[in-house]
Design a protein. Structure first.
Length: 234
């Protein structure tokens, strides 16, 4: 089962990038240098927010410092709304993650193409758990994008797959089948391909999306922002 804490950072980043109308500053996604010294890597603010959101979802509402902040500001109504969202949408988020059957990672630009619905077929060598993927399976790509498997078709080679399925569906932007084969050659040897065959995993958007309940939680989470800016500057 996919744990929320293991994917919250990427899911939050994905949600913030996909829903620019939530009212959050784009600075949340930028590296912060205010608390880094020497060889320390800059730490984006959204990672702090992701950690706090996990704590709130796990506890069912505002907790610790954040609870006190709400009470000090006399924002009882907002606090109650936040806690209700945490219980409702937090549980919805966790339950959706429980339905995930497989996790895959894809590189750019193919992830963005999957997100936008331009790329609808993911090609993999028919090895290991990939052979268990079937119609109706839910795949979590890059810990943030949930897609449903519509169908899986087997081919003897990537060349045959690309010829039968169309480059535009499998590798958008790649101009020739031979070029497409070389894309897969970076990950699979010709020997492995010939021995196992390959899979064309056809995907589509599911009825439930991870970013929907998270976006609803974020819609009232502007309450937390003063803490982040305070902690960054003190």
């Amino acid at each position: 089962m996919v744990e929320l804490r293991n994917c919250m950072e990427e899911l939050l980043k994905f949600t913030l990038e996909s829903n620019t109308d939530l009212g959050f500053s784009p600075d949340l996604l930028l590296p912060s240098h205010s608390q880094t010294t020497g060889a320390e890597a800059p730490y984006p603010l959204y990672k702090r927010l992701a950690s706090v959101l996990c704590e709130c979802i796990e506890s069912g509402g505002l907790c610790g410092t954040y609870d006190e902040l709400a009470l000090c500001n006399s924002e009882k109504k907002i606090k109650e709304e936040w806690n209700e969202l945490m219980l409702d949408k937090g549980l919805e988020l966790v339950n959706i993650l429980k339905t995930v059957d497989f996790e895959l990672h894809v590189q750019e630009p193919f992830f963005t193409q999957l997100r936008d619905g331009i790329k609808t077929i993911e090609g993999r060598c028919a090895v290991g758990d990939y052979n268990r993927i079937g119609s109706g399976s839910l795949i979590l790509f890059n810990k943030c994008l949930l897609l449903e498997v519509q169908e899986v078709r087997w081919y003897a080679s990537f060349y045959e797959m690309l010829k039968a399925e169309s480059l535009v569906k499998v590798l958008p932007g790649v101009k020739a089948i031979e070029e497409g084969v070389q894309v897969y050659r970076k990950f699979y040897s010709e020997e492995k391909e010939n021995y196992n065959g390959v899979l064309a995993i056809c995907v589509r958007k599911p009825t439930s999306h991870l970013y929907v309940p998270l976006a609803q939680i974020l819609s009232v989470s502007m309450l937390l922002l003063p803490y982040y800016y305070y902690s960054e500057n003190n």
